[in-house]
Design a protein around this ligand. Structure first.
Ligand SMILES: [Zn+2]
Ligand SMILES: [Zn+2]
Length: 656
């Protein structure tokens, strides 16, 4: 009998097949060495054409890379997969670098990753060359050539020495530094290069098979960025772009960006005279009359609804002896976010939260189980230190006014109180048309209290949610150190998500402040504390409202609700009388007495987004009427002044 093949390549090996499980549960057997492309082809020609990459056990691979011998779960990535857009954005970053290197000889390239919503590439341009968005069209045209040319992305694993030699020769210092770091930190001996057309990059990959898979792209911005985010290193030019799998997707994305830009609350806040910021009080807005009107409407809503829902309003100090913060635990875990000062040599701290103050009121007298629940609300201004780099308009400030409340209740009351908080939240959000989404966060690794306590607390929150039939997302391990919580997230009118409310159980603070109540058994018991905020903070909430409504506020919130526009100077007296009468009815009304054409006055009032324009001329003055124009809707006809007042007041009262 003859032996088989040469040692080491026995025929048995050819029979060893790799086994993969496909998304539909079927198994796929492939010979060793097979690639994602082979897998796709063996499933179907259509899939082979649509394939962009492969995913094995969650890891994304080039379509041309050999699949792991151990097999596992295999997904073929097509344009319908969530990973697809990530792949082609990475591709587009390389194509951007390809174009820039061709157009700007001597440019140095550093890194170019895909990011949320797009990609970027960082460049160092030669002396005297700078880039602005005016250059984008030409760069995009060059990129388009490379996309059209359908250049394949080809991977090559090369020894470190060869790669170093190559990039040194090309004067690509950043690549050289990256390779040296890989050798030093990870001890690598080979690195992977990706080539597309004339361009070769040091890159981990993966990439789609070729440049033509980038169906739509656009450069979106240019900014400075330090090499390795290190302010002591070279300042590079970062070019941002985005790419999509269809032209429609790109158009939709650009429209969303434009919408967001038009709605930017910092821009509208300035234009509408709502608030401003000063270099002398970073992160602390100054509220102009218009913004203060909105603020007052919201706090009015907050005050009346809190009373209706059984809360008692309290007011507590801003400044406390640090002893309070030591006792509350803030000194240990929150000190870095606080501001301190000495007063008559006594160290004091500005409050970052209202809770410890409320415990002082609760603990000031004996409480019986019959008194519970006790619900304190406070529109409490707190100060938190946010690093200056993270400050962002009203969305992230250092002076924060929370629509805060603390509920002190018995263990048995927790579920019902949490449900009341949620109901109250839903009621408030409904006024603004926000659709809430709930998240339950459970015990974190670092926590206080016993497992038994956490079991009870998490159980109470789960019961509160399930009894009401509410869907929620579970965030395991994301609770506060003192207790589990439910967070309420909102989606605004252009689909962005914001966290507004939170309902948190706390067994720790009552302990720290030794809070008690006398039970029916005449013994002392610990109350449970619930921290809850619904709007979050008035600052951020107003920022969100400005963007949600794009500055076109419902009548009850509008800083100026109507402007009376006299047609000629001789109508100014009548206009003032109208404004006076409407003011008496509780409406916020201006008169535009400038000697300008009525057309110009109307146009300018439209720009201010004032809900109503009341045009008055001879006819109106004689009949005691106003000609009503609604922002965006136009002419609504003439009505008696009293009739308009009644109609507008009803609209305000309904908060529509
Ligand atoms: Zn890359
Ligand atoms: Zn609190």
């Amino acid at each position: 009998m003859h032996g088989g093949a040469a040692p080491g390549r026995g025929p048995r090996l050819a029979w060893v097949r790799m086994t993969f499980e496909l998304p539909d549960g079927t198994r796929l057997e492939l010979p060793p060495g097979a690639t994602g492309a082979d897998a796709a082809r063996s499933i179907g020609e259509g899939l082979a054409r649509a394939a962009l990459g492969a995913k094995v056990n969650g890891e994304l691979l080039d379509l041309g890379a050999p699949l792991p011998r151990d097999g596992g779960r295999l997904d073929i990535v097509t344009s319908r997969s969530p990973e697809a857009v990530w792949l082609i954005r990475h591709d587009a970053a390389h194509v951007l670098a390809t174009a820039v290197m061709e157009m700007y000889p001597g440019v140095k390239i550093s890194i170019g990753p895909p990011i949320d919503d797009g990609f970027y590439y960082d460049f160092e341009f030669p002396e005297g060359v700078s880039l602005s968005d005016g250059d984008f069209e030409a760069i995009e045209a060059k990129m388009r050539e490379h996309v059209k040319a359908d250049e394949p992305f080809e991977r090559e694993d090369v020894p470190v020495g060869e790669a170093l030699e190559r990039f040194t020769r090309e004067g690509q210092d950043y690549k050289v530094e990256l390779i040296q770091d890989l050798v030093r930190d990870q001890g690598v001996e080979t690195v992977s290069l990706y080539r597309n057309g004339p361009f070769t990059d040091l890159c981990r990959g993966p990439h789609a098979p070729s440049t033509k898979r980038i169906k739509a792209f656009k450069l979106t911005g240019v900014a400075g960025a330090y090499w390795r985010a290190d302010a002591s290193r070279q300042m590079l030019t970062r070019v941002y772009g985005t790419a999509f799998l269809s032209k429609d997707d790109l158009a939709e994305h650009l429209e969303r960006l434009e919408q967001a830009r038009l709605r930017d609350h910092r821009k509208l806040g300035r234009e509408l005279g709502l608030f401003l910021f000063s270099e002398l009080s970073p992160g602390m807005p100054l509220w102009e009359p218009g913004g203060t009107q909105m603020w007052n409407e919201l706090t009015g809503l907050w005050r009346s609804e809190n009373a209706a829902w059984g809360y008692e309003e309290v007011r507590t100090p801003t400044l406390y002896d640090v002893d309070l913060w030591k006792r509350s635990g803030h000194w240990d875990v929150y000190r870095d976010n606080m501001y301190f000062t000495d007063i008559e040599e006594r160290p004091m701290g500005l409050k970052p939260m209202n809770c410890p103050g409320h415990t002082q009121i609760y603990g000031s007298q004996r409480r019986s189980y019959r008194d519970l629940p006790i619900r304190y609300s406070e529109a409490g201004a707190v100060h938190r230190h946010e690093p200056s780099g993270t400050l962002h308009g009203l969305m992230r400030v250092r002076h924060i006014t929370i629509d805060d409340a603390h509920i002190f209740c018995t263990d048995d009351q927790v579920t019902e109180e949490v449900q009341r908080c949620l109901d109250f939240g839903f009621y408030i959000y409904d006024i603004f048309g926000f659709e809430p989404r709930l998240e339950l966060s459970t015990r974190p690794e670092k926590r206080v209290g016993t497992d038994d306590m956490w079991d009870r607390a998490e159980g109470a929150l789960r019961t509160a949610l399930s009894e009401k039939g509410l869907d929620f997302e579970l965030n395991e391990g994301d609770g506060a150190f003192y207790g589990p919580k439910i967070d309420l997230h909102m989606t605004d009118s252009i689909g962005r998500s914001w966290q507004l409310g939170t309902v948190q159980l706390d067994y720790s603070m009552p302990e720290r402040f030794d809070l008690t109540y006398t039970g029916a058994d005449n013994a002392d018991h610990r109350p449970v504390m619930i921290h809850r905020a619904l709007m979050g903070s008035f600052e951020r909430f107003i920022g969100i409202l400005i963007e949600h409504y794009a500055g076109e506020f419902p009548l009850w919130l509008a800083p100026v609700q109507a402007v009376v526009l006299p047609i000629a100077d001789r109508h100014a007296d009548y206009a003032r009388r109208v404004a006076g009468e409407l003011g008496q009815a509780g409406l916020r009304v201006d008169v535009d007495e400038r000697t300008e054409s009525i057309g110009k006055k109307i146009r300018e009032t439209e720009v201010r987004k004032v809900p109503y324009m009341l045009v008055v001329g001879d006819r109106e003055a004689e009949a005691g009427e106003v000609s009503v124009r609604r922002h965006r809707e136009g002419d609504l006809g003439a009505v008696a002044v009293g009739q308009f007042a009644a109609r507008a007041s009803a609209e305000v009262a309904e908060r529509v």
